[in-house]
Design a protein around this ligand. Structure first.
Ligand code: SF4
Ligand code: SF4
Length: 373
């Protein structure tokens, strides 16, 4: 049980007019016990109230659809992050979430994998390491792309694209550590501050001025939560769209596939990056590009954000990634393209669960670019 008066004041939740646009747009509302409008009401009507039903707070995917829709300009998703923080302080945290936070603290990644293995994905590739070389761009790999065998192919694809375009880039290798995005979203503000401090020291010691990130989650944290004004931070789709515009990459092979793009929440809804991924896909020869009905600001969340990669959630119904795959099947899509490691993993699980494994492929945009080079 938590008390949240200060939090509701700080986030100006007393300005809420209970219109319900936040909960109406919430992907978890109705599927789980999460009702953000009701939470705000409970906290504001009775400011000293103790929020009794706290489990649904862990269902939030931190997609920020609520914040995007609020006519009062409030940030309900930040309220949930703050409430999670209060829960953590009282020790009320699901065990899998606690384990992932401990793993970030001890090993610099939420899976608890060995730091020494962080650059295994580079085997056989010519990539500068900023510990002994200089480069214009730091390619910030991401824990998922460094360790997960499926997502490692995204890191390898991006390194290939950067090399092909003559980009001067390097990585931090085993010195790279978690960006802390999901640590913050799970409510562990103190650990996030430590992560930012350590990462900023490392970036400054390596003279980093420009970061290109694999993951929208790393991109969002580095760009919006690090106060690193002297560093330009881009998601890779922004950087690669620039390479295409500048004639530094040419896509020549015909892919001859029907492709639809799934907007990652941390890239689209939270950072307004909708066009660059589409520009890249449309530049690939032979692709028949289709749009999902639920796209851009109204895109369906994959349920991988806000720490949900390490949380089961209370919802037992169909996962949104499964709904996405079924939508794609109805459209006759061959490939769902995305640009986020978590979307890639949740959608791949969903094609297996829904039985569309033989019909629909899930690809990161970087993988499609490499196929078209
Ligand atoms: S959309 Fe904004 S004003 Fe409306 S209920 Fe939600 S928080 Fe309150
Ligand atoms: S961030 Fe997304 S999942 Fe969380 S309350 Fe808002 S709309 Fe719902």
């Amino acid at each position: 049980m938590i008390q949240a008066k200060e939090l509701t004041e700080k986030l100006e939740m007393f300005a809420c007019m209970q219109c319900g646009k936040c909960s109406a747009g919430c992907p978890e509302s109705g599927k789980s016990g999460l009702n953000i409008r009701r939470i705000i009401r409970e906290l504001t009507v009775s400011p000293l109230c103790e929020l009794k039903q706290t489990d649904p707070l862990w269902d939030c995917t931190s997609c920020s659809a609520c914040t995007l829709r609020c006519p009062r300009g409030l940030q309900p998703h930040e309220l949930i992050i703050g409430l999670r923080g209060a829960l953590i302080e009282t020790g009320e945290i699901p065990v899998t979430a606690r384990d992932s936070l401990e793993a970030v603290f001890k090993h610099g990644n939420p899976w608890g994998r060995a730091k020494q293995k962080r650059e295994e994905w580079t085997e056989g590739l010519a990539i500068k390491n900023l510990s002994d070389s200089q480069a214009e761009i730091l390619y910030y790999v991401c824990c998922a792309a460094a360790y997960d065998p499926r997502v490692q192919n995204v890191a390898r694809s991006l390194a290939g694209i950067f090399n092909e375009s003559g980009s001067d880039f390097g990585i931090l290798g085993i010195e790279e550590s978690c960006c802390g995005s999901e640590t913050r979203r799970m409510g562990e503000a103190g650990l996030f501050e430590m992560i930012v401090e350590d990462n900023m020291k490392l970036f400054n010691s390596r003279g980093v001025k420009h970061i290109v990130a694999t993951s929208p989650h790393c991109f969002d944290a580095l760009k919006n939560k690090y106060n690193a004004e002297a560093i330009t931070v881009q998601h890779y789709t922004q950087y690669v769209a620039g390479l295409l515009d500048g004639g530094k990459l040419s896509l020549t092979k015909n892919l001859d596939k029907i492709v639809a793009y799934h907007d990652p929440c941390y890239l689209g809804k939270q950072n307004d990056i909708y066009d660059e991924p589409r520009e890249i896909l449309k530049a690939i020869p032979g692709i028949n590009y289709l749009e999902f009905d639920r796209r851009r600001e109204k895109s369906l969340c994959c349920e991988g954000g806000g720490g949900r990669m390490w949380l089961e959630g209370t919802n037992t119904g169909e996962r949104l990634a499964e709904t996405r795959v079924k939508d794609a099947a109805e459209m006759g899509v061959d490939i769902i393209a995305t640009a986020c490691p978590f979307c890639l993993l949740t959608l791949e699980d969903a094609v297996k669960i829904t039985g569309f494994e033989e019909k629909i492929l899930i690809k990161d945009i970087s993988e499609l670019i490499v196929e078209a080079l």
